[in-house]
Design a protein around this ligand. Structure first.
Ligand code: ZN
Length: 378
């Protein structure tokens, strides 16, 4: 459906200075996509007057009331596409409207840029930082989350210190009074927080500490496995690879998981020690107060050091070095846990085949992710 509309001569003004003292200098016939009528696509055709301004001398097309400059769709079409985008993938919206995927993406991108191009940081008090791998080829994004609102406030390319450089600069400029930061125990974050947020409390979250311990536990199992000569024992040890990483309450009795694990631990004393120490390690976060937790942590370290097991010795060293940030949990019970949810949403979003070769678009989508409901599939 095509509607031809006209711009009344007397409403023509200079787009540069707004003067109505203008002379007609021809016209450009343009076609604009607008909201469909029923299932029929609809277009507006307008001969856009060109004017010469007698005040400022500019010669240009007049401004159009119903469309943004340089695009061939109306504002109401844009609003309609954005409304549909809240419930459908870009592909779906493009199909539904019979328009190219790129147009819908550009409409979304412009809208996101307007709303999230400059995220305000001044209100930040408690944040979590973590990296997310976005592709199999080990591409990383570093994401900063506002723990109070749940919104992503920064997406940096790569991982480690460099990914956050402009965030720190913006944060400093915003004069935000950040009190606490949850991260893993990596040196890059520790350095950055000490440098840029010297007043903030660093909190190493439980999830990352346990994950690191699980890595060590796997390493120990592997070492023990390679040392063993007895094939029976080897088989037993091999079969418990995943069971060691599970919480005991999650072991599945119908698959004899508790028995299999018990058998392996009985055969292997170092592994048993390391496994039981994992449970003890978890207790550090379950105490009534910081004092009790500190006693627990020091006990853990002392015990690990005398086991004579190398990985436990190393881990004790790690804990000693990071004790302050681990115990800070009792001042600020925060973690990077909420980022896990964001991470999952990003993965779901990426599976929906958005145009993520455009990194800028991907970042904007992540900044807006707290307002999306990614129950959509396919
Ligand atoms: Zn003018």
């Amino acid at each position: 459906m095509t509607f031809t509309v006209e711009q009344p001569r007397e409403s023509c003004r200079c787009p540069a200075c707004g003067s109505d003292d203008v002379l007609r200098r021809g016209e450009n016939v343009r076609r604009f996509r607008t909201v469909p009528i029923g299932r029929k696509p609809a277009y507006l055709i307008l001969a856009v007057p060109r004017v010469e301004c007698r005040s400022c001398g500019a010669v240009r097309q007049v401004r159009i009331g119903f469309a943004d400059p340089r695009v061939s769709y109306t504002r109401s079409f844009k609003r309609y596409a954005l409304e549909l985008s809240r419930h459908m993938t870009i592909q779906d919206v493009a199909m539904h409207l019979g328009i190219s995927w790129d147009v819908i993406k550009e409409i979304q991108k412009e809208d996101l840029q307007r709303r999230f191009g400059k995220v305000k940081l001044k209100h930040l008090r408690q944040i979590a930082i973590d990296e997310i791998s976005t592709a199999k080829g080990h591409r990383y994004l570093t994401v900063v989350l506002d723990l109070e609102s749940g919104a992503v406030v920064h997406v940096g390319e790569g991982k480690g210190g460099d990914a956050l450089k402009d965030f720190w600069i913006r944060l400093r400029r915003s004069r935000a009074k950040v009190e606490a930061v949850a991260t893993d125990m990596s040196l890059a974050y520790i350095d950055a927080v000490l440098t840029y947020l010297p007043g903030a409390t660093l909190v190493f979250d439980r999830f990352h500490v346990i994950k690191l311990y699980n890595d060590k536990l796997s390493e120990l199992r592997r070492d023990l496995y390679h040392e063993l000569k007895d094939t029976m024992q080897k088989k037993v040890l091999k079969g418990v690879r995943w069971l060691l990483l599970k919480r005991p309450e999650n072991l599945d009795p119908s698959h004899k998981e508790p028995q299999r694990l018990r058998e392996a631990l009985r055969l292997n004393e170092p592994l048993a020690t390391a496994y039981y120490l994992k449970e003890e390690l978890n207790e550090i976060w379950e105490q009534d107060d910081q004092e009790a937790a500190e006693a627990m942590l020091l006990d853990w370290i002392a015990y690990a050091e005398v086991t004579g097991i190398r990985i436990l010795h190393d881990f004790a060293k790690t804990l000693r070095f990071h004790a302050c940030g681990i115990l800070a949990h009792y001042d600020y019970p925060i973690s990077t846990g909420p980022l896990e949810g964001t991470n999952n949403k990003i993965k779901t979003m990426k599976r929906q085949a958005y145009g993520f070769r455009d990194q800028e678009f991907l970042k904007l989508k992540i900044l807006a992710i707290h307002e999306t409901k990614y129950a959509l599939v396919g």
